[in-house]
Design a protein around this ligand. Structure first.
Ligand code: CUA
Length: 187
């Protein structure tokens, strides 16, 4: 036999409602604190460095002119790879790097957002027009890796890819004595 809820039932319901209302307020309060904390944190600690570049003059002047792309040895013995992504290819099309050497990638885009991964490595970089992306990597052993674009960049996206050829350190640095910039496009 059912009994109609009396004052006692209403009290229990009111208390449960209050408990849940408090719980929800606490959750919302926590989220607000997290948002405030994250905002303040990023205001006080902006990205370590942001390098910008004019995407409309990449091929005409500066670091990313065509004959400056590819791999170059730095005075400290590390290697810098400079590359440009554009609809729908990477320049250079084949990048040669030494094994067991710190390799710094510096890349940007001439048009829309592109990105690349280097298969079988943890290299995963976005290339944004107007910004220079940097990434440091080290390749353990010689081999050939495919390097596809991984940001949808319009109709030719699926055909946009390059290759990375890792060669042993000694051969790389020997070649570097005669070539200012190295790539493996012709090989
Ligand atoms: Cu470039 Cu997708």
């Amino acid at each position: 036999m059912a009994t109609a809820p009396g004052n006692h039932g209403e009290d229990v319901a009111a208390q449960a409602e209050l408990r849940w209302a408090v719980f929800v307020m606490v959750v919302i309060g926590l989220l607000l604190v997290m948002i405030a904390f994250a905002s303040l944190h990023w205001v006080m600690m902006p990205a370590r460095r942001v390098e910008t570049i004019n995407p409309t003059t990449l091929h005409l002047t500066g670091e990313f002119v065509e004959d400056n792309l590819g791999s170059a040895v730095e005075p400290d013995g590390s290697v810098t790879v400079r590359l440009v992504g554009q609809q729908y290819s990477f320049v250079p099309q084949c990048i040669v790097v030494p094994d067991n050497t710190p390799v710094r990638f510096r890349g940007t885009s001439a048009d829309v957002i592109h990105g690349f991964i280097i298969a079988d490595t943890n290299v995963n970089v976005m290339l944004e027009p107007g910004y220079i992306s940097t990434f440091q990597a080290r390749f353990r052993k010689p081999g050939m890796h495919v390097m596809p674009c991984h940001e949808f960049c319009s109709v030719g996206h699926a055909g946009m890819w390059a290759r990375v050829k890792v060669i042993d350190r000694d051969s790389f640095f020997k070649q570097a004595q005669t070539e200012r910039r190295q790539s493996c496009v012709q090989q």
